[in-house]
Design a protein around this ligand. Sequence first.
Ligand code: ATP
Ligand code: MG
Length: 441
Amino acid sequence: MSIDKERISVKPERILAVKGMNDILPPESAQWEWFENKIRSLMDRYAYRNIRTPIVEPSALFIRGLGEVTDIVEKEMYSFEDKLNGEQLTLRPESTAGVVRAVVEHSLLYDGGKRLYYMGPMYRHERPQRGRYRQFHQIGAEALGFPGAEMDAELILLADALWQELGLKDVQLEINSLGEPDERKAHRAALIAYLEGNVGLLDEEAKRRLYSNPLRILDTKNPNMQALVENAPRLIDFLGEKSLAHFNSVKAILDMNGVAWKFNPRLVRGMDYYNLTVFEFVTHQLGSQGTICGGGRYDYLIEQIGGRPAPAVGWALGVERVLELLKEQRSVQLQSAPVAYAIVPDAAALPVAMALLQKLRGLGVSVQMHSPAVRGEGMGSMKSQFKKADASGAQYALVFGADELARGGVIVKPLRDGGSQQVEHSIDHVADWAGTLQSIT
Ligand code: ATP
Ligand code: MG
């Protein structure tokens, strides 16, 4: 395609990405793929199966699922009206509600519990800063249809195994139990009475939530309210025998596995749907965005979204934060390099060269072909092509020189230290030598 330079005399203004939404570019994207592959392998070992739900859901799903008086629903959702049919839609701010919707919609629990995992982008209109973006990525695991404490523990062990495999240090597990709705009700009354008695110490948000969602006040990040929150009535003191037994069972399994945990009676989590066990994995190394993973039991959400009552438990981790922590702690040098780089001195050789490359790739060899950056000036000198080959990180150069081509051959030249001498191979018998092109690293 030729561009009419005259017509584009005024340079159009650049269009930039939406604030708080990031491009993930090579070579960094290699780190993401590496991480995602680790997740796939780990989920497979715990028999969690992949589920993919739409990024856009009816707004009602989140309003009903997460709770009206939550940070997400009150101020973080990207909601809009579908201009064509007037539907109220929202870009998913999290995935548990969508997974539950799908599970109910497709009756996935008809033959027993399901272990599921997902990964993908989420959207929250927050103030962008380190570890906090408007498009960010979560990986989540959900076990639906299982009431037992062992499932809470399994999910925590799964997350813990991930930190181990990544070699992450300084990740602490905090756990709490939110009990059951009737226990929460009794605690709520005591909490409101306590907060009413200290109303002068409450900030605006807390005052607003005093009667609508007092438990969430305990989750405040306002430093001036920490002492108040610290001395507030603790939910754990309102739990009955059954809830305490559930909590103790979770802790016993963690202890047996040598997973250290810290009881945090003020841990409440941001969504309304949790009951019994809640937990977070936190680190000191990411500033104030220190929670890398959070989750808990949500035994009433399925019913709330219109399904037959069934228990469930799950967690979600923030991919950006985990990768950031990984970067802080160890330099995972991931290089994406082709095994071979094809040097084509004369453009006339391109058809033959590309036919050979196509075969090599079919045989599993990663090959990058030289292609000049400037139109109409040929393929570039041998020297400049070798320079590019070297910069690509390839182990070998395939040189399609005219003399060799004339007799049906191609040169394979090792590019790295300690490589053997260059060899000429037959283009017609590529399957015989493709195996010699192997990554040495
Ligand atoms: P926070 O208290 O930091 O706002 P949250 O309680 O809202 O977190 P969850 O809804 O539990 O977070 O989401 C699970 C994980 O997703 C978090 O622990 C975090 O690692 C990540 N996460 C949440 N919001 C963002 C965001 N805006 N940008 C990047 N990661 C995020
Ligand atoms: Mg948040």
